[in-house]
Design a protein around this ligand. Sequence first.
Ligand SMILES: *[C@@H]1O[C@H](CO)[C@@H](O)[C@H](O)[C@H]1NC(C)=O
Ligand SMILES: *[C@@H]1O[C@H](CO)[C@@H](O)[C@H](O)[C@H]1NC(C)=O
Ligand SMILES: *[C@@H]1O[C@H](CO)[C@@H](O)[C@H](O)[C@H]1NC(C)=O
Ligand SMILES: *[C@@H]1O[C@H](CO)[C@@H](O)[C@H](O)[C@H]1NC(C)=O
Length: 426
Amino acid sequence: MDQAAFVKSNSVQRAPMILPIAVTVTALVILAILPIYYPLRRYPSQAVVKIAASPPYHSAQKLIKAVEDEEKCDIFTGEWIPNPNAPYYTNATCWAIHEHQNCMKYGRPDDGFMKWKWKPEGCDLPIFNPYQFLDIVRGKSMAFVGDSIGRNHMQSLICLLSRVEFPIDDSATDDDYFRRWKYPSYNFTLAAFWSPFLVRFQKPGAADLFDLYLDESDEKWSTQIEGFDYVILNAGQWYFRPSMYYEKRRLVGCRFCQLGNIIDLPMTYGYRRALRTAFRAINSLKNYRGITFLRTYAPSHFENGEWNKGGNCLRKRPFWSNETALEANNLEVYLTQMEEFRAAEWEGKKKGLRYRLLDVTQAMLLRPDGHPSRYGHWPHENVTLYNDCVHWCLPGPIDSWSDFLLHMLKMEGRRSHEEKLQPQTQ
Ligand SMILES: *[C@@H]1O[C@H](CO)[C@@H](O)[C@H](O)[C@H]1NC(C)=O
Ligand SMILES: *[C@@H]1O[C@H](CO)[C@@H](O)[C@H](O)[C@H]1NC(C)=O
Ligand SMILES: *[C@@H]1O[C@H](CO)[C@@H](O)[C@H](O)[C@H]1NC(C)=O
Ligand SMILES: *[C@@H]1O[C@H](CO)[C@@H](O)[C@H](O)[C@H]1NC(C)=O
């Protein structure tokens, strides 16, 4: 299934400029309120920006208990259970929602897809606490490197954090694909590096084939991340596109180019080498001391046709884990990620670098109900967008990725310490 061409039509359309006045006013209001609430309690039980269904925060006691339980628990295996308290922001309280994922704005009639939370087997995964997150990342920097689903995640994170603070735009360029945000009260930096293949590529000419240089990292990110504390990598969907594969600058084959004289290779050939190249680039950075997360593949959910043949995603509730399984392309991509991740982690360890798996695949496989489908634009708008069963509505199930991320950051101190105590096993 070729999903990436869908992303292409998507990426042609730029997000409209955010209304600067609205942003400034919101930011001023929040900055004005913040000092009143924040110093009082470490994790206030009241949201700064009131939203209709504002959640109770976890008491410190409960947090400690959760951390202990979850240490023995695989948080990435479980089920979705009802959560009447969600969502924690709306299209009206958060300006960071990308137009194509602003499903409520564009008339999605049902909101049940927002009202679930992930329940790992054998423990609880606390709902994201923006105060705690910002406390942990104070003075630090986090980069999202990859495709538009990585951007989708970053925008979800900005919205989740917006109950505490909105970031200010600190970007070096006007380029929508390379944004840098700063949280002034926390000196926390978020940055997005758009690199859908992770390796160097050239846009297609007439033949509509991407040229991928599988052994050359994309310098748009690989020369920029050295100073970051956290780097969250992702890629996958674009490798379904027809592409030409180069190694050592020589054509070695292609993926679905349909040219008789060129050997056709599976997408995992290109994808595996690209992951290897990306990890090698990270492991060879001289001054990089950050933690590298690989955010695993989030399956798409086209049914009754491929993405360009009328396929759509119309389900209104999550699957139970016994109703579906990872298979075919999804499984291949996931296994490739696992293998290359383990190899990179092994190499990184020798240099004292930490690798972590943000393993969202199983959770997202179960969420056919969370995609924009046709609610990424007005029905009367004359745009060539297909049903979007690849990205995720905001608010929506992708918000849980920050639940996972915060949990991992909380565990990080202890885990790093334990790893240092382990004897070197090379
Ligand atoms: C938000 O969504 C509602 C429908 O839930 C819609 O009426 C409203 O116009 C949207 N607001 C913005 C700012 O997009
Ligand atoms: C802000 O954080 C950066 C690292 O991201 C650090 O270099 C800088 O010293 C910090 N500034 C302040 C004022 O704490
Ligand atoms: C699948 O799991 C759900 C919830 O655990 C259960 O209610 C349902 O009966 C199961 N279905 C099958 C076919 O096993
Ligand atoms: C939509 O756009 C296409 C190409 O730009 C144009 O040919 C067509 O007439 C437009 N349709 C409507 C209903 O405006």
